[in-house]
Ligand binder design. Structure first.
Ligand code: IMP
Length: 418
């Protein structure tokens, strides 16, 4: 597969689209792979040679050998990061992460606060309780601690005490933090300089998005969103690479829709079909283990996501999970008070009130061995009803489907020839 100089891998739904595997595929031919937003709330999984590897902070693409980079737009739980670095070193001994000196730190007090904020809400967001929102809010208040603070001798105490005073808490210990900082110091540096030099020298970079478009703080289903910008544009602000250096945006979408946490979900299914898809697709949160809500594919949502991200082409994941269902449905538009709505953005505030209008497709009866044959033989061996489903989607979205993933393991995918 042709790998451009810079590729942004971004989720087109509510996260959990399978970005980890897609990022891995690109990272295999890249020099660096960068996270640009979010933190330990993300759960990116790659399955290589039968081993299931889960990352929260480091990009999943780093298992492929590309240098892991954590940009300024991320918030880091430093203890977790050290654990992940150890895991990565056991797989890729020469791996040497680069962590932005501007990335902010998630502290224990942020995790505690995450729970307290949820408890006072009338309608909880259903956060991962990883302290993400509170860490970003301290960043916006200009009270947050950055990587540069915890590695600098003597600078930490004052900032830490201000933070504790503001939060009126004693949770946290600057000495421990300084100790962790000293272990990370050699990995902290300037991300824009490094990435620009790499790109100017002809190197390749993958930008690995976390969460998904509809969880974007500004463009998602607020307030049921995460606390960072998850869209492709954030690859620029979150790493310091100018937008005109971002060449290709690969939008990752699951063949159906899932969502964890609260918030409107127009195409949500009920049992027993939701249970069947959840179980076939192992739809449980990577970070929290929570069962994911499951629904049909939603084209108004995807039209909106393709527009916001400027998607170059789409990777469809988990197409095999929909096998052996008699009738597969796709929401083609919403009905809102008798009005036709074709893009989710036009119904954002009324999403709980829309009625999805469906197009039905004949299902595809396919066993695991049928999918393995398609992986071996190529696109034309995808069951014809499933191909019809894909072609309909790309026709409606006006964006080409360039790859289909039909299993967790790296290698179980069907690239489409140009
Ligand atoms: P937070 O990011 O922990 O503040 O959670 C805010 C919302 O985003 C909740 O609905 C979470 O379930 C959701 N969320 C955060 N990270 C992910 C992810 O990686 N995948 C799917 N949902 C996520």
């Amino acid at each position: 597969m042709n790998v451009p100089r810079s590729t942004v891998v971004v989720g087109l739904q509510w996260g959990d689209e399978g970005k980890g595997k897609i990022s891995y595929i690109f990272s295999k031919k890249a020099d660096a792979v960068a996270r640009f937003q979010g933190g330990g709330n993300a759960g990116h999984t790659v399955v290589v040679d039968g081993r299931r590897l889960k990352f929260n902070i480091l990009p999943a693409g780093s298992v492929a050998g590309a240098r892991p980079v954590i940009g300024a737009g991320c918030v880091i739980d430093v203890g977790k990061l050290l654990d992940e670095m150890n895991m990565l070193r056991s797989l890729v001994p020469e791996s040497r992460p680069l962590i932005s000196r501007c990335a902010h730190i998630v502290l224990e007090l942020h995790k505690e606060l995450d729970g307290r904020v949820e408890a006072v809400r009338q309608a909880p967001v259903g956060t991962t309780r990883m302290g993400i929102g509170p860490a970003y809010s301290d960043k916006c208040l200009r009270l947050g601690l950055r990587m540069s603070d915890i590695i600098a001798e003597g600078r930490l105490s004052a900032s830490f005490n201000t933070l504790l005073r503001f939060h009126q808490t004693e949770v946290g210990d600057p000495v421990t933090l300084q100790h962790v900082g000293s272990r990370l110091a050699e990995y902290v540096g300037d991300v824009p300089e490094y990435l620009m030099e790499l790109l100017r020298g002809g190197g390749r970079v993958v930008f690995e998005g976390a969460q998904g478009t509809l969880l974007d703080l500004d463009h998602g289903t607020y307030p049921y969103v995460t606390s960072s910008n998850t869209v492709a544009g954030a690859a620029s602000t979150g790493t310091g690479i100018p937008p005109n250096m971002l060449e290709t945006v690969v939008g990752v979408m699951k063949a159906y829709t899932t969502r964890v946490g609260s918030g409107p979900f127009p195409t949500e299914l009920s049992a027993p079909l939701s249970d069947r898809i959840r179980s076939a697709g192992a739809e449980y949160g990577t970070t929290t283990g929570r069962p994911r809500r499951v629904g049909w594919l939603d084209l108004p949502l995807l039209r909106y996501a393709c527009m916001i991200n400027g998607v170059s082409w789409i990777a469809v994941t988990k197409l095999d999970i929909l096998s052996n269902i008699d009738t597969v449905k796709v929401c083609i538009r919403y009905d809102l008070d008798g009005r036709e709505v074709k893009s989710l953005g036009l119904a954002m505030e009324r999403l709980a009130d829309v009625r999805p209008v469906y197009q039905e497709f004949r299902g595809w009866m396919a066993s695991e061995s049928d999918w393995l044959r398609a992986v071996r033989m190529g696109w034309d061996e995808i069951p014809s009803n499933a191909r019809e489903y894909l072609e309909y989607i790309e026709g409606e979205l006006g964006v080409r489907v360039g790859l289909v993933s039909v299993g967790e393991e790296v290698g179980l995918e069907i690239p489409r020839k140009d």
